[in-house]
Design a protein around this ligand. Structure first.
Ligand code: ATP
Length: 547
């Protein structure tokens, strides 16, 4: 079968997710609600399994990490302290002709990508040299970066071949324009210069993909938090927010958990829960949603040990992803050159989606910013007394702990898992055309572990099959099917990722054996019914992922 292009593959995954009950558009009968999705009968199972994998890896496998479940509503001051009320904004711009709204920074990023696409004409050596040069520039101070802009914008500028051997490429003109725009955009975003963002959109001739015009409004800031009224109006209601991240529920419970759990530093608090962001533009299916779920862990450490723990979690989290058997080339780290004001290190774990490498998880070294902010806004001490002895033999004493955060989007992980598992296989032979759609999910994540099929609907086979199903269902999520030819039933289970199909035939009644079919290899073997629980149990065990 011809290699499907990425767009087509992505479309196929989306329609597959709907056809087999993984993901539906929310309120679909009313034409849906933009960027809100429901998980169907199999989606809910897969999502639960991903959560379980994360929870076990973080909480169960670490003696010093505990999990909580904090409320979605929080005191409004929490979001003042965290900086979300004043700073959780996206710059937006409308096209007056199409009436479509965009994030100004994303329009510019698309333009930068377009200009950088000329890098494909560079030799790999020159490309690497350029990337090194680019990192060097982006690592300069704001003034240092700004000083470079005029030479990047000059069509004939920087032709010093000795220093920049890549500049003789014809495509350099576009690439350096891309670099100029990247630097200018970063500086404008940092200084929140909305006029400058608009100027860049105009200067670089960014057009609306729908109307194809550059008839833009001004750029405005747009806060991403949803707000609502808390309490009846008559009693004097207050504006509250739907939490835009789960992390703050952890920070405000730091003292509660530390004291009640008698936790000693270093320790972590984990949580899985809903978060809400009024994204200016939401796209790419469940990649960017307005209601989504996060799996976050805040790890509290002694000041000065933050770098060490940042490195630890960076590695540990990529290992968690890789244990699923994903091709390592599909993952990469993206270390942040520009850091948020409170962070001293940050990296994204990116996965190569059909639409390019994108963030799935962030690992941030957040210093003592969050706890100090809450200390200031609440008036409550957010300190820890460390009675371990330092090098001088004295207790470390009181301090506000530093924090390393790992934050992964559950829905993005779900999408990654579906994309990674989805495969259309050509099984044609010389005399017969054939194909199958397969979800090559890790058995521990598969919604159903076992499908139980009586070969026919008579001769006592369904009864025997039910007996087997009834024995297995306590430990494994099973599905029973007796309709259609066996081949068709196998294909349906391949499409939803069921690792094992068990077929009960006439021989089963005589010798208590069945055929077990393996999803990926399609191989079948005859095994004793008494061995089934062991065979399935080994393959789907969490140990295969966690050990
Ligand atoms: P992005 O740059 O893609 O908007 P972010 O840097 O704002 O993401 P964080 O605030 O670090 O994201 O959130 C942690 C994780 O939550 C992200 O890595 C992502 O997996 C997930 N996430 C964030 N926003 C959304 C969203 N709107 N829909 C689905 N998942 C999201």
């Amino acid at each position: 079968m011809a290699q499907k292009n990425n767009d087509e593959q992505f479309k196929n995954v989306i329609s597959h997710a709907k056809e087999y009950g993984f993901v539906f558009q929310s309120s679909e009968i009313y034409d849906g609600l933009s960027a809100v999705y429901d998980y169907g009968q199999l989606g809910a199972e897969l999502k639960n399994n991903i959560k379980t994998y994360w929870w076990k890896a973080m909480v169960q496998m670490h003696e010093n990490i505990v999990g909580i479940d904090s409320a979605i509503f929080m005191h409004p001051k929490v979001w003042k302290a965290s900086g979300h009320v004043d700073g959780f904004n996206d710059p937006m711009i409308d096209n007056k002709d199409s009436k479509k709204r965009y994030r100004a920074d994303q329009l510019l990023e698309n333009k930068i990508d377009e200009l950088y696409s000329e890098l494909n004409n560079f030799s790999s050596e020159n490309k690497a040299k350029f990337e090194e040069f680019q990192q060097e520039i982006l690592g300069l101070s704001d003034e240092g970066q700004a000083a470079w802009i005029p030479s990047f914008k000059d069509e004939d500028g920087i032709l010093d071949n000795a220093k920049y051997p890549f500049v003789d490429e014809a495509s350099w003109r576009f690439v350096k324009k891309g670099l100029a725009l990247e630097v200018e955009m970063n500086l404008a975003l940092k200084s929140e210069n909305l006029g400058q963002l608009k100027d860049l959109i105009v200067d670089y001739k960014v057009i609306c993909p729908i109307s194809k015009t550059s008839n833009w409004t001004d750029v405005r800031q747009f806060n991403l938090m949803f707000s609502t009224q808390f309490g009846a109006m008559a009693e004097g209601s207050d504006e509250v927010y739907l939490r835009p991240e789960t992390a703050q529920g952890i920070f405000v419970n730091f003292l509660n958990v530390q004291k009640s759990g008698r936790m000693k530093i270093p320790f972590g608090i984990a949580q899985i829960g809903k978060a809400f962001r009024n994204e200016v533009i939401a796209r790419q299916f469940i990649m960017r949603m307005r209601e989504f779920e996060q799996m976050e862990m805040q790890f509290f450490v002694r000041p000065g040990e933050d770098k060490k723990w940042f490195e630890y979690w960076k590695e540990a989290r990529l290992k968690w992803h890789m244990a699923l058997g994903t091709n390592p080339e599909k993952y990469r780290y993206h270390d942040h050159v520009k850091l948020a004001h409170y962070a001293n290190a940050a990296t994204d774990i990116e996965f190569e989606f059909p639409f390019g490498f994108k963030e799935v998880e962030g690992i941030h070294s957040r210093t003592d910013f969050d706890l100090t902010q809450h200390q200031e806004f609440s008036g409550k001490k957010m300190q820890y007394f460390d009675n371990d002895l330092n090098e001088e033999g004295k207790p470390y004493g009181n301090y506000v702990p530093y924090v390393i955060e790992t934050s992964i989007g559950l829905d993005r992980m779900f999408l990654l898992t579906m994309i990674n598992a989805f495969e259309e296989q050509d099984l044609s032979t010389d005399d017969k055309q054939d194909s199958r759609t397969l979800l090559r999910l890790h058995p521990a994540l598969a919604p159903y572990k076992v499908a139980v099929f009586p070969l026919t609907k008579k001769d006592g086979l369904p009864e025997k099959a039910r007996e087997i199903m009834d024995a297995l269902k306590f430990d494994f999520n099973c599905i029973y099917e007796e309709k259609d030819a066996i081949g068709k039933r196998y294909r349906r289970q391949d499409a939803v990722g069921t690792p094992f199909c068990i077929t009960i035939d006439h021989q089963s009644l005589e010798d208590n054996t069945v055929t077990i079919r393996h999803r990926d290899s399609m191989e079948q073997e005859r095994v004793a019914i008494a061995d089934l629980a062991d065979i399935v149990g080994k393959a789907v065990s969490w140990k295969t992922l966690l050990a």
